[in-house]
Design a protein around this ligand. Structure first.
Ligand code: IMP
Length: 423
């Protein structure tokens, strides 16, 4: 496979980390192109579990170069901690990691203001991860952001950091809030800047040179389509483009360098944070999905909201991203159900709707129309090929394929690398 973009087709947490890990084995370069340490990609290798927030999952494969692209907002302290943790576990990270000169940096004042905005929103809060993601992107478009390249210039970095910290501290003081201790924060930033500076590169050149050599590049999307700042359930979204175009803008590669788009969808649906979620279940089935699927946020530990597969939202997401194929993850979580439901349409004010509305208020009022499928009454976690899946499971996947109007190319029945196979 040449250059491939992997995107989430739901509200994030589709199990992308696991699929990326499997695909990374064949990739020469793995690239993060948006988001920041709001993401948490969980990968299990043997008895070991890794949760990666900023570093591409490719780092777990010795052969691949990992790139944090210009579209990412990077908390340097968090990045440094993640590198240190991986080094402690035996990975030689720095020689295989590059950070874009054009990436934007996230500091503690972004995290504090993220929390302040949320408190001010009261009942209308977004439910952010409080990792400062929105405020850091706001600084970027306000043209006051501090970039990866600043890490290489300590004096410039200090001057910019202090100016921004002072700007935010005025806001905090006016609001009667805790402010940032600029001196002690600067000491921390300065220390990690020295360590990170050697990783900072013009990663556009890295990627274009790799492509020219014929290297395989994997673009690793974070979050999911319905959290995209343009296409998601606005304002209950993250602040970046989580959809396929984000790979071009946030990686610095043209669309004609993308050969393949893989969409990842869980066999049911989850969402963390607030916002519409038509198939959400507040009953025993929802609890069973959460408990069986261990649906707790990898970054914040928050319990995820759970519900049935939403073919309306996922078909739209597949269309929007131009997916060539879909990976269906956590299929085994449905093993526990006698009957499985799929949402095939919404009822909105008495109208049957089969395309995801673009108006979030309409999605809030959507009542799911379900189709029922029989459960398969068997454990699928031991299955290692499509043909070994029970017939009812194959029928469920065939129905998803039909509803999504996309091929299902990969199926996953557990967290282990060996539990993923071609469909
Ligand atoms: P933010 O990205 O921290 O600003 O949060 C905005 C919204 O995106 C909130 O609803 C978060 O719960 C959600 N979100 C951010 N990152 C992730 C993720 O990696 N998985 C799932 N939801 C996420």
């Amino acid at each position: 496979m040449a250059n491939q973009v992997l995107v989430g087709l739901q509200w994030g947490d589709e199990g992308k980390g696991k699929i990326i890990d499997v695909l990374a084995e064949e990739a020469d370069v793995v690239v993060r192109f948006q988001g920041g340490n709001n993401a948490g990609h969980t990968v299990e290798v043997g008895d070991e579990k890794f949760v990666l927030h900023l570093i591409p999952s490719g780092i777990l494969h010795e052969g691949s170069l990992c790139v944090i692209g210009n579209g990412v907002v990077v908390n340097p302290l968090a990045l440094y901690d993640e590198i240190t943790e991986l080094e402690k576990r035996g990975f030689d990270v720095c020689p295989r990691l590059q950070l874009s000169t054009r990436s934007q940096l996230v500091f503690s004042y972004h995290c504090l203001i993220d929390g302040l905005f949320e408190r001010k929103l009261g009942d209308n809060k977004i439910g952010t991860t409080k990792r400062g993601i929105g405020p850091a992107y706001a600084d970027k478009v306000n043209r006051v952001g501090i970039r990866g390249s600043d890490l290489k210039h300590p004096q410039r970095l200090e001057q910019r950091f202090r100016a921004q910290a002072e700007f935010y501290n005025r806001i905090f003081r006016d609001a009667g809030e805790e402010s940032v201790d600029t001196d002690s924060e600067w000491d921390k930033v300065k220390a990690v800047a020295e360590k990170l500076a050697p990783l900072v590169e013009d990663t556009v050149l890295t990627l274009h040179r790799a492509a020219a050599r014929g290297d395989t590049i994997l673009f690793e999307g974070a979050q999911g389509t319905w959290l995209d700042v343009d296409f998601g359930t606005y304002p209950y979204v993250t602040s970046s483009n989580t959809t396929v175009g984000g790979a071009c803008v946030g990686g610095g590669i043209p669309p004609n360098r993308i050969d393949h788009v893989l969409g990842v969808a869980k066999a049911y649906t989850t969402r963390v944070g607030r916002g519409p979620f038509p198939t959400e279940l507040d009953d025993a089935d929802g609890k069973l999905l959460r408990d069986t699927g261990s649906e707790y946020g990898a970054t914040t530990g928050r319990p995820r909201r759970c519900g049935w597969f939403d073919a309306v939202a996922t078909r739209y997401a597949a269309m929007l991203n131009g997916v060539n194929e879909i990976a269906v993850t956590k299929l085994d979580v449905l093993d526990a159900f006698d009957t499985i439901k799929i949402c095939t349409a919404y009822n909105i004010d008495g109208q049957r709707v089969t395309d995801m509305p673009s108006d979030t208020d309409d999605i809030e009022r959507a009542v799911p129309v379900y189709e029922e499928c029989p459960g398969w009454g068997a454990k699928t976690t031991g299955v290692r090929s499509y043909n070994q899946l029970p017939q009812a499971t194959q029928n469920y996947l065939a129905r998803l394929k039909e509803l999504l109007q996309s091929d299902i190319g990969i199926v996953s029945v557990g967290p282990e690398r060996t539990q993923t196979f071609r469909a």
